[in-house]
Design a protein around this ligand. Sequence first.
Ligand SMILES: *Cc1c(COP(=O)(O)O)cnc(C)c1O
Length: 386
Amino acid sequence: MNMDNTRFEEILQFIRTLYPNENPVPLHAPRFLGREKEYLTQCIETTYVSYVGQFVTDFEEHIKKLTGAHYAVAIANGTAALHMTLLAAGVQPGNEVITQALTFVATAAGIKHALAEPIFIDVEAETLGMSPEALKAFLVENASYKNGVTINRKTGKRIAAVVPMHTFGHPVRLEEISAICDEYGLMLIEDAAESLGSTYKGKHTGTWGRAGILSFNGNKPVTTGGGGMIISNDEALAEKARHLSTTAKRKHPWQFYHDEVGYNLRLPNINAAVGCAQMEYFDSTIKNKRETAEMYKAFFDQKNIPFFTEPQDCHSNYWLNVMFLNDREERDAFLEYSNANGIQTRPVWQLIPALPPYASCQCDPIPIAKDLEDRIVNIPSSVRIF
Ligand SMILES: *Cc1c(COP(=O)(O)O)cnc(C)c1O
């Protein structure tokens, strides 16, 4: 039987105890708890507000240290970081890239920006991300692997890469996905936009394949206002991405020589300054978010309502907490009730293959994604302040 407003109200009351000082309670508000103002002032006083400056380098160093990636390239936003990564990795116009049907639209847009075609496969309920079984089944059914190249028999096009996304900060089964990519000669490129601080088998998300991308949008665990990062252990890829996103200008003290059509997508110093300040207390951010998830878990267990917890072998950042309702009707009733009563909640994204720009893309059967779409509700997950 579906819940009524009395039961909904019990949930809202609990959420209000987590965020007593905010009304309405936002889904995920940024927090500025460190030296953000001081660093921003430093940018203005030194005039280093734009693409050149120490904070960009320092921010890249922070991310390298946290993730263990050998190279990090700061980019204007996460979508552009995926675009630049795919180009730098050598994805060609007309190539195909496999991703998951349940993701934020930026994953698919980044693939399209690189003039590649996304292919959508199913997710799994255990991780909310790409299912290795669905990936394998898609390739067995559709692909031919010859001389290191995988061709899609249905379209005749080359499949170049696989882009899994770590939904709400919960890592996918990277070991299995990585092994399938190796078997078919496909590049693994992780959309780790939501999973800064999340590891799988002790290794940071975004570092399992050729490259990974991060986002520092206003709602992400670390924000720079807007921002993104490419992480990789591949020096050539990182240098290519840096070059492409910096107008493809050859390094020279004064000459303007651009050796290809470049992009203007570097992260300004003023944004990186905020990121540096946020990284200085990132450990406590993650600790706070994981404690919030524990409190939710204890509450929902007691109420017999399913709440999503980190998958096996994962240490998740719990970016956005997830509760499950019974069906679309109950979900919509809860969304209505909570948003009308001062608690911001959101459904998961509409499945990408159902959106007009992606409707003609190849799409595998996606029963799990469809089921999750009906039942997921994101609940407030900002860092709690005391
Ligand atoms: C936030 C996000 C991005 C990148 O977003 P930007 O706003 O461009 O920084 C990419 N993929 C996913 C899954 C995201 O959640």
